[in-house]
Design a protein around this ligand. Structure first.
Ligand code: NAG
Ligand code: NAG
Ligand code: NAG
Ligand code: NAG
Length: 229
């Protein structure tokens, strides 16, 4: 399976259900790949007190586990694809409320860490063919989701250069693994580079820390995200 490696802990997001009265928010989403070995985990994300409103699963098609939930599905063109446009169009024609799509996952990174390892020029062609046409259907388009490493910044610049103005992204996904100061600094840097694009932090964690520190990180970062526009 193309996505078997996505079960690496570093790729599991942490926007977990917290508190009894957490307000749901369009900012609160989930990246999650349902796992047939632990099916009871699926309901954690949709329980009564969940503040999550949307999810993605690294694929173009929704997860059956969430078909009866309130979570809105955001399709992703993970790597190369020749069927993404058709898959998404079919869902819209069948009445699904698809208002956003995500593009390539960590194209500047390799398979060992969940990256799709795609040259920027190839991605620019794929984008124009499979993603840009969705704009006319009212769908908001996510730029490729590069890693938080310096290679990500370079890759994304190469991508937009290769597009020569033909890739009209509406928002820019951000990935970050590290502490809160690093996250805030990275978000600030992306914001100053892409001033006109809304930012979505679609993968983040203070990885390899204990539970308490992880919770502190989550509290700090979610308050930060709620504060900024
Ligand atoms: C579709 O989802 C968007 C949020 O992504 C929401 O604003 C809109 O009201 C929804 N439309 C319908 C028909 O449910
Ligand atoms: C941009 O789009 C135009 C019109 O479809 C096309 O002729 C041109 O080749 C595209 N440019 C790139 C760099 O793909
Ligand atoms: C942002 O949009 C404004 C107005 O449309 C434009 O003048 C400006 O060049 C854009 N800036 C960037 C960084 O794209
Ligand atoms: C994080 O926030 C929750 C909800 O406000 C609170 O109950 C919890 O004690 C906080 N955890 C830490 C480690 O700060």
């Amino acid at each position: 399976m193309m996505h078997s490696h996505l079960l690496l802990p570093a790729l599991l997001l942490l926007p977990f259900v917290h508190g009894q009265n957490a307000p749901s928010s369009s900012k609160r989403g989930l990246v999650y790949v349902p796992n047939t070995k632990h099916m009871s985990d699926d309901s954690i994300w949709t329980s009564g007190s969940s503040d999550l409103t949307w999810y993605y699963n690294y694929e173009a098609k929704p997860s059956p586990a969430f078909s009866n939930s309130k979570l809105q599905f955001v399709p992703m063109l993970w790597g190369g694809s020749t069927t993404f446009l058709a898959d998404v169009t079919a869902q819209i024609e069948n009445g699904a409320n698809i208002t956003y799509v995500l593009a390539m996952n960590e194209p500047d990174g390799g398979g060992a860490t969940g990256g799709s390892a795609i040259p920027a020029e190839t991605a620019a062609e794929t984008w124009q063919r499979e993603i840009e046409p969705l704009k006319k259907m009212g769908v908001k388009l996510g730029a490729p989701a590069v890693t938080g490493a310096p290679s990500g910044k370079v890759w994304l610049q190469n991508f937009f250069n290769a597009c020569k103005g033909n890739c009209s992204a509406d928002f820019i996904p951000v990935h970050w693994y590290g502490n809160f100061e690093g996250l805030a600094s990275h978000v600030g840097e992306v914001r100053s580079t892409y001033q006109n694009l809304t930012m979505w932090v679609t993968e983040y964690a203070n990885n390899n820390v204990d539970l308490k520190e992880s919770q502190t990180f989550y509290n700090q970062s979610s308050q930060f995200f709620d504060r900024i526009e």
